[in-house]
Design a protein around this ligand. Structure first.
Ligand SMILES: Cc1cc2nc3c(=O)[nH]c(=O)nc-3n(C[C@H](O)[C@H](O)[C@H](O)COP(=O)(O)OP(=O)(O)OC[C@H]3O[C@@H](n4cnc5c(N)ncnc54)[C@H](O)[C@@H]3O)c2cc1C
Length: 413
């Protein structure tokens, strides 16, 4: 590592200021921990991969976390509530409909543009005087040791800046550099699907209805947006995705209409389309020596049930809670890291199993599988306990919930 200059010493270095890393930084900003946040692509630029043109369905647990971080009002101003969820399979008879009112909640969740979420988080970060922000910047020559983590921050015009942190948090996404530096392996399973995303206008009001339609090639989700439009996330074979991306607006809308049907009205206009290859990436462990993995660095999921960010935000909320508990405690202590992985294990395993299982169940083309699925959807619609179970998943719980997700401040008074 570069020597000479005195190293900047911090308790916690967060590498990656995307959806999850920026949320963690906001959660920790009010604590006694000294903090460094590194992000390689500035917020607000077209190349920013986390706060891009996508939209995110936020569960109620995520809403509570954002309320606790005082960023919810800025997000809610441009979020659409999901009051109904409609699940169906293309070409089959069964369908299920869930009403938030029947589950005793105001909404199953809220759909917000990633850029809006980013604006709320980055505005908060900019106002945090004690936070060291390095953007655009990345970590070089990362050395993880028993006593500390050393690296050099590169990216600015000057010399790389040496840093010593007592804990490094990998929030640098599915291809995490920090995960690799910590020697933590990742298991990658390619679903052989690409999500083509776009926002579309329709001639009928959405009334807060979110649709999940399973097609032969993958799930097609249509979510309500605050401006009356709909977010379309269409998972399909890579060759089909390439075709959808190449189509003109009118042809794309006609294809979408044919596949989705008329339950949301007639589609009249579409935004620019974007695409995301879909894989399940799972780190072998969520902690290593003086290292914690959160968000996509720990697990990147298929977007089928809109769980990836919600899960990652609970990672961030739980880590913030443990780090805020006792500022005298070594933030990289093995006991703290073991507690983190133990407390996150059930939620993580449950959400990964649920999401992966849903993709595979609806991809099963064996004779009889479709019939079972449709009977399942029909019975599901008739059976309130099954509906309540799914509604609870949609609300984002499983395993011990972070204080923020329960509506409590990150720190005990
Ligand atoms: C099509 C689609 C739809 C989705 N919809 C939903 C949904 O409705 N609900 C939901 O809960 N989830 C959803 N997800 C999942 C969600 O997008 C991810 O869970 C979320 O982006 C994870 O955020 P992250 O911050 O962990 O990682 P990322 O979003 O990958 O961000 C990583 C950040 O780290 C930065 N970075 C990378 N490497 C470095 C480095 N070496 N140094 C410094 N910085 C670095 C990147 O620039 C980036 O800002 C969806 C995903 C897809 C693909």
């Amino acid at each position: 590592m570069s020597s000479g200059a005195t190293a900047l010493e911090v308790d916690v270095a967060i590498v990656g200021g995307g959806m999850v890393g920026a949320s963690l930084a906001v959660a920790l900003a009010g604590t006694q921990r000294s903090l460094l946040l590194l992000e390689s692509v500035p917020f607000g630029t077209d190349a920013q991969p986390s706060f891009d043109e996508r939209t995110t369905a936020l569960g109620n647990a995520s809403r509570r976390i954002f309320e606790g971080l005082a960023v919810w009002p800025a997000i809610a101003a441009e979020a659409a509530a999901i009051r109904t969820i409609h699940v169906s399979e293309a070409g089959r008879f069964g369908c299920a409909r869930l009403e938030a009112r029947e589950q005793g909640v105001e909404a199953f969740g809220y759909v917000a543009a990633n850029r809006r979420i980013g604006a709320a988080l980055w505005q908060k970060l900019a106002a945090q005087g004690q936070l060291r922000l390095r953007v655009p910047a990345h970590a070089q020559e990362v050395e993880i040791g028993a006593a500390d983590v050393r690296f050099a921050v590169a990216g600015g015009s000057g010399q790389p800046e040496p840093v010593r942190a007592r804990l490094v948090v990998a929030a640098d996404g599915a291809h995490s550099q920090i995960r690799a530096a910590a020697g933590i392996a990742a298991d990658v399973e390619d679903y052989g699907q690409v999500a083509v995303v776009a926002n579309v206008a329709a001639d009928r009001a959405h009334q807060g209805c979110a649709f999940e339609r399973f097609t032969r090639e993958g799930p097609l989700a249509v979510l309500p947006l605050f401006d009356g439009r709909l977010a379309v996330i269409w998972a399909c074979h890579p060759a089909h995705a390439a075709e959808l991306l190449a189509l003109g607006e009118a042809d794309y809308l006609a294809r979408l209409q044919r596949q989705f049907g008329w339950r949301a009205g007639r589609f009249t206009a579409a935004s620019r389309r974007g695409s995301y290859p879909l894989k399940l990436t799972r780190a072998a462990a969520t902690t290593g020596e003086r290292t914690v993995l959160i968000g996509n660095a720990a697990q990147a999921l298929h977007p089928v049930a809109g769980q990836g960010f919600n899960l990652g935000l609970r990672d961030a909320a739980m880590l913030a809670e443990l780090l805020a508990r006792d500022s005298a405690e070594d933030p990289g202590a093995a006991t703290l890291l073991d507690t983190f992985s133990a407390w996150r294990a059930r939620d993580r395993a449950g959400v990964v199993r649920f999401t992966d299982g849903l993709v595979k169940l609806f991809a099963d083309r064996r004779p009889g599988a479709a019939l079972l699925r449709n009977l399942g959807l029909l019975m599901f619609d008739l059976a309130p306990p099954a509906k309540s179970a799914l509604a609870r998943v949609s609300l984002g719980f499983g395993g011990p919930a972070p204080r923020l997700a329960r509506g409590l401040p990150v720190r005990h008074a």
